[in-house]
Design a protein. Structure first.
Length: 172
């Protein structure tokens, strides 16, 4: 079996996921995992697929052919599973919105060798005021060699600087 990771981008409308799933199934592909979201009228997703070697090229051509229906597909071929050298940690952050929060947090994470596995952010008004609050939820891939206490300390120092509340918790 060959493995593909594909990224999809299209205008959001009913039936988009079905069109993609149909294309994959018709060409012998198996949908293994995916993440999809709608934002501002656009639909985006990332999927991991397996496909028999004999159907590989046919599936790629069919996925690229979805562009005729307004679905853009980027393909990373021969994706391989990496051995697990990290532990999943959940991170939640809330604070007054301002430019640069994501940059500052991800810079610190990168310096510590932490990978951002999943990141969901949004801005909403605070419950009792009109101030805008920035919310982030993330799953981090923390290297097994990095202690959670060290990461917590680094993040807490930055959280104090940014004036945000930050919480880490073990995902396992």
């Amino acid at each position: 079996m060959d493995h593909l990771v594909i990224t999809i981008f299209a205008p959001d409308k009913p039936g988009q996921v079905e069109r993609i799933a149909q294309c994959i199934a018709e060409h012998g592909g198996n949908w293994l995992e995916g993440r999809m979201s709608q934002l501002a009228g656009q639909f985006a997703g990332i999927l991991r697929l397996s496909v028999p070697a004999e159907s590989h090229e046919e599936l790629i051509e069919a996925l690229q052919g979805l562009s005729a229906q307004g679905i853009r597909v980027l393909i990373a071929e021969n994706a391989i599973e990496e051995s697990c050298t990290w532990k999943p940690i959940a991170m939640e952050l809330v604070g007054n919105d301002r430019p640069g929060i994501v940059r500052d947090i991800t810079r610190l994470l990168s310096e510590q060798g932490v990978n951002v596995e999943r990141l969901i952010t949004h801005v909403r008004p605070a419950p009792m005021s009109s101030e805008q609050l920035f919310h982030a939820e993330a799953i981090l891939g923390v290297p097994l060699t990095l202690s959670l206490d060290t990461l917590q300390e680094c993040l807490e120092n930055l959280a104090d600087e940014l004036m945000v509340e930050l919480k880490l918790s073990d995902e396992t």
